[in-house]
Design a protein around this ligand. Sequence first.
Ligand code: GLC
Length: 470
Amino acid sequence: MNSQLQACIDQVEKDYAVDKKLLCDAFDAFIKLMDEGLTSKEQKRECMPMIPTFVSRIPTGKENGLYLAGDLGGTNFRVCSVRLNGDHTFSLTQSKSRIPSELMKGNQGLELFRYLAKKVGAFLKEHHADYSCATDGRLKLGFTFSFPVNQQALDKGTLIRWTKGFDLPNVVGKDIVELFQLQLDELDAPVDVVALANDTVGTLLLRAYSNDISKSNAHTVIGCIFGTGTNGAYFELADKIKKIDVPGNGMVINTEWGSFDNTLQVLPSNRFDTIVDSETANKGYHRFEKRISGMFLGELLRVTLKCLADDGQLFAKLKEKRGGSLPHRLEEPWQLDSQVLLYLEIDDSTELRMSGLILENELRLTTTFEERLAIRAITRAISKRAGLLSSIPIAAIVSRVKDRYKDDDRDFEVGCDGLVVEFYPGFQDRVYEGLGMIDALKGLNKKVYLRIAKDGSGVGAALCASTVDN
Ligand code: GLC
């Protein structure tokens, strides 16, 4: 790489750097913001939401029965029926559809719920036409709705704000279960929405259900997602949840950690982060998520490349040839899929030719070998930061629950789901590296393991529904 380009890349790596001090400061801040969120009744931008979920027990693996689940997490809606076998295992039937983009934005919020209800109806017709899973002719459905919701009961919660590209202002402040139930009733579907769950709650419940402690020797303490968005849930003791009266000894809390440090007191922030935030519908919110999750990694890379091109550091020849412009997928927001970063990172071909083809195909971007080296270095800087930052909430929650297990020599495990944690090369290693730097379990003979828990949002919602008595 020529020395000018090298200096520019060195600077970008510095812009995305995260060191031990930052992680430790952020770990302290996270614990403080958890307590503030558990105390404050008001939803302030500077607080983490820390939403009580009204799920008051963690599965043991002995749960039984057949339940429905609906899952709206991002661009897809899934309908599932889940048979819990009572021995840590389950079987699942499901169908998935892509939400039409015109239902994700605009003033027609109710249309979205009509669409979801229709999909449930179609699923029942196809897989349970005899309503074989019904008790009293009605079916129980757990609804995974992976957006920040102010939950007032297991089956009642109002939307705080949309994330992940949805923007339907009519729905904000409304009870999600009521909206969905109304549309199901209109269709005469014999279905009762009995539980509203966040995907992280489902992941926690599913992993706990699947975890046979006698074999794994580890307690499941967190359920989390590193996918399109990022978030986590854990069980909190009643006396710590000061903002509501908690019956029993505690409740699962949906932290909405995507909103950790919205006011950027400790999180790293560079000019590229500022641009990405300014392009989103939830500006100033979910700023932690905007540094970590799949929806934003591609956009961070696009913005970084575009800025360097505008500064004359990259693609100068290409721009000259094109009369001053760049390919439109580099110019326009949200055109670079995070999947591209994954391919760029695993490329071991001579002169990074595979990356060349991918950039050409995905972005219509012709590159030189030198430029590909630069793009790879930037990609690594972005994903390294994402992985290291992801260790902060895990370390904080583990340190918070550790005293509950002080007379127990088992390890801790974290149920994880999402494309980033499952498939992004090196992501899990970075999380472990960050956990090592923070060292939240110093002096204890315990380890923290990340365990992939797929389908938390389907099976987990069914587990939530299973907690409701007939
Ligand atoms: C976003 C949502 C949150 C969800 C997460 C993962 O952060 O606000 O509710 O759990 O994405 O899907």
